[in-house]
Ligand binder design. Sequence first.
Ligand SMILES: [Zn+2]
Length: 629
Amino acid sequence: MSYDYRALGLKSGLEIHQQLDTEEKLFCGCPTLLRDTKDSILEFSRFLRPTQSEMGVIDKAALEEIKLTKKFIYKAYDTTCLVENDEEPPGELNQEAVEYALTIARLLKMNIVDELYTMRKIVIDGSNTSGFQRTGLIATKGFIDSSYGRVGIDVLCLEEEAAQKVEDKGDSVVYSLDRLGIPLVEIGTAPDIVSPAHAREVAEKLGMMLRSTGKVKRGIGTIRQDINISIKEGARVEIKGVQALDMIDIIVEREASRQAALVDIKNQLKVKKAAVSDKIIDVTSVFASSTSKVIQKALKGGVVYAINLPGFAGFAGQEIQPGRRLGTEFSDRAKKSGVGGIFHTDELPNYGITKEEVESLRKAVGAYDADCVIMVADTKDKAKGALEGVILRAHEALTCVPEETRRALPDGNSAYMRPLPGAARMYPETDVPPVVITYERIQKIKLPELIEERIQRYIQQFNLNEELAGQIVRSQNVELFETIMKEVPEANSILVVRVLETLLYELEKEGIPVSNVRETHLFQLFRMQSEGKIPNEAINEVIKNIARQPGFTVENVVSVLGIGAKTGELESAIDKVIDSRMDFIKLKGIDSVGPLMGIVMKELRGKVSGQEINRLLKEKITKRLDIKS
Ligand SMILES: [Zn+2]
């Protein structure tokens, strides 16, 4: 479905987390290197349970997570130290990371703080061994321009990356410490984004600006986006963990439509005078002889509990995102108590539950046809907790779109994670001294050329089209390209891009050791090509031979391969062709060069470049025609 997003009152903001490409971590000298968990040399575990005094200030989001108290297991490496283990206090702030963060702040035209304070933000999911994440405010109030107008950049923080979750075993979670402490910038935009396409444009532009610095890590997981979305009658929802840029517009679109659908359901439920019965009823006896496998399995030591939602019939089955229903939202909440899911009468009979059982179920909870019954089969505690979650969500369905933190799903939908946290409470990190940021330091920062500016320069300076310029500028080979064009200004820039971006990769796939090809080889190759000494058709063969015999110069290889006919051979071949076709040349004049090229080239079979043949043919024909006239 497509919406008029302005009428819908869509508002969206992005929070971007980008790892910085520093040598060392933010608070210790360990390398910012990701490891294979198999190489872990030490494993230790912790139970993170906030003390009572801390509990007083932890909001409901945190409390919900604590419901399932977990053991956290950490994998340490020979590239991690006691700081990551939280057995030693953090060192001073990594100045390289501060420098990169300041560069980004200036690119985003932000106001930079005078003094950088490191703070503690409580995290209780175990992703940090210390129980909090260290973060420092670098700058506020910047902006970028977009095709829909200016988008404010509210904050930029320099933070430590969390440990990577390796495995969730239910009662314990395994984390890897290699990622913990890698410097990260967090950039939060104002809620100035007005449509799905706009969200993607802003994310792409910020990503481009970050990469332009050349100081950020690249590849999967090095940049993550959280998206805040609300519509006029909806609520602020934060969707976490978006990794693919090309999903951002779809995610915003799906969330706007989810909220619109929930508002619609709320209005319809009002008309139906729907209600929520908070009474949890034991309906185990109804299913005592059920043949449903799910029920049978749960009844081994478990129960079946149910609640009635008067007036809800048909609504649990109503779609709110493609493939996700209001019933899915109920189920998400239930799963927080550790159950596998719920059953609701909009989808029954099914799963081996019979029509007769559904009728008895309705009778047992006193439900009419217009009502929806929700049931859970599991242990007493889990079933009760699950239905309490559903009751809460059903009440919300009657009154509002709930404010939530949701997890992005690969298809662009999202699933419930926890209530939206309140403003994070910060505590000063007394182990890390503040850093004064002087006016002189800010003035000294050199701003990088933006990728989009560089593309325009390449189009102008090297005569590349937009596509090739974009390809090479975004490539890891961009500096090599610049070096080649500087060293060999006469090189054919289009050919250089094709060789660096396509040919070398193709040869590598064929198993050719292209890493043996050195910069100096490439200089020689492109120089000889521009001089007509290597025809384009022979470049592939020349590179293959250099890769296999890196001790050779390009000239060696060319002469061994017999590429480039000796000048004498070329001249005599051309003379022969001209002699035998003088009538044709007289008739056509200089236009005879084209047709004759083909004949000469066939005779020399790619040994000489077309450019060189063309030059010589032109020269000789002009001379002949002059003499004869
Ligand atoms: Zn360390």
